[in-house]
Design a binder for this molecule. Structure first.
Ligand code: B12
Ligand code: SF4
Ligand code: SF4
Length: 309
């Protein structure tokens, strides 16, 4: 395709991303992610995926989006803010900020489908797929390659101007676009996230042992939480934000503008005993349509029972 058309399409895609509320849009060529292969292999070999068996599947696809979307030419990485306008400040148990409102998989997928449709309206026939979280795609590596931010020592993608409280999503399309480049790593000598992690899940800078992470223990692990974590959960009942809350770059975190992420805030003021007495009926009412509902009542109950009163 001629370079003028490629540039025009690139500008169009970035404008549309902005109009649809994405905070960042970065582009990479759809290609083999060579640098990540040994890292992913080592992470899996060391069992850092715990019981997330899905992480062991589709090794090749995870590293090459052309196997996931045959004929694809570009990976468009997108970021969508979720930092709440009013984060919970009361003591007692916590829920990760990403799960305050409606399930992001649903909210962002809707937006991605609109995005593809708008691209087709403007450009014509374009083939491809939209992803958010659940596909075998190394979303952070793509976001870093496209310059949305760098992968920090806490293993999250961080932007120097807007912190890390954003989701990642992608469009993998058969449309040729101008790629962006990576940005510098601004972690420097800081180790705040490593020092603050209550379960020592950040085993070395940039590497999180998923099987030790509170997010895994409270969301992914279907069995009982191992006793070695007793007293080390820092009152997190669903997910964990500690390594992001302590990150100095999150002083620049931007609040989301998404009404669907607001959710029912009545739990913000629950005392520890109210949490401990949570019934299935209240669970269904308060967390209706929210990301927490994914854990189901039994899942959240398991976590609450494990926490110290
Ligand atoms: C599996 C998974 C988890 C697991 C494992 C965590 C992990 N770090 O991988 C668990 C359940 C623990 C988890 C937790 C969370 N997750 Co999660 N998770 C994923 C998922 C599905 C796959 C990630 C993956 O491929 N891991 C495999 C390992 C190998 O990858 P990795 O950690 O990225 O490892 C890389 C680095 O360590 C790097 N690396 C290794 N050594 C070195 C050395 C140097 C010098 C450098 C530069 C890099 C480097 O290379 C590795 C390979 O790329 C992605 C969605 C997706 N499809 O990508 C979401 C995703 C990463 N999660 C996300 C979020 C929000 C979270 C939580 C914050 C949720 C919460 N509040 O509870 C926590 C954060 C925990 C943490 N500190 O990482 C977001 C991150 C957004 C962002 N801004 O970065 C994603 C992208 C989902 C989304 N679509 O928004 N998650
Ligand atoms: S999310 Fe919590 S448990 Fe997981 S690495 Fe970060 S601080 Fe540690
Ligand atoms: S807390 Fe410090 S070391 Fe950790 S990710 Fe943020 S800047 Fe990097």
């Amino acid at each position: 395709m001629n370079p003028v058309a490629i540039d025009k399409h690139t500008r169009l895609v970035k404008d549309l991303a902005h109009q649809l509320g994405f905070a960042f849009c970065g582009i990479s060529k759809s290609d083999f992610l060579e640098s990540e292969a040994p890292r992913l292999e080592k992470w899996l070999q060391q069992g850092m995926h715990g019981q997330m068996d899905y992480m062991g599947n589709h090794f090749d696809k995870r590293l090459d989006p052309r196997l996931l979307v045959p004929g694809s030419k570009s990976v468009i990485s997108l970021a969508y803010h979720y930092y709440p306008p009013e984060p919970k400040t009361d003591k007692s148990f916590h829920i990760s900020k990403y799960a305050y409102g409606e399930d992001y998989h649903v909210v962002i997928k809707d937006r991605l489908h609109t995005f593809i449709q708008r691209i087709r309206d403007e450009i014509g026939e374009v083939d491809g797929r939209a992803f958010v979280d659940s596909a075998p795609l190394l979303e952070k590596a793509w976001a870093a390659k496209a310059g949305i931010g760098w992968v920090g020592k806490n293993a999250n993608v961080i932007s120097k101007s807007q912190g890390s409280f954003f989701f990642l999503a992608e469009l993998v399309l058969d449309l040729e676009l101008t790629p962006d480049g990576p940005v510098k790593d601004y972690c420097g000598t800081c180790t705040r996230c490593i020092d603050a992690c209550p379960t020592d899940a950040i085993v070395t800078p940039y590497v999180v042992d998923g099987s030790k992470c509170i997010s895994y223990l409270t969301i992914e692990l279907r069995e009982a939480i191992p006793q070695e974590f007793k007293g080390r959960m820092a009152e997190w009942a669903f997910g964990c934000d500690i390594c992001q809350d302590v990150c100095p770059w999150n002083r620049f975190a931007k609040s989301h503008q998404e009404p669907r992420f607001l959710g029912n805030e009545s739990w913000h003021h629950w005392t520890t005993s109210e949490w401990k007495e949570l019934t299935e009926e209240t669970f269904k009412r308060v967390f209706k349509g929210s990301a927490v509902k994914r854990a189901k009542y039994v899942g959240l109950r398991k976590n609450i029972d494990f926490l110290e009163p």
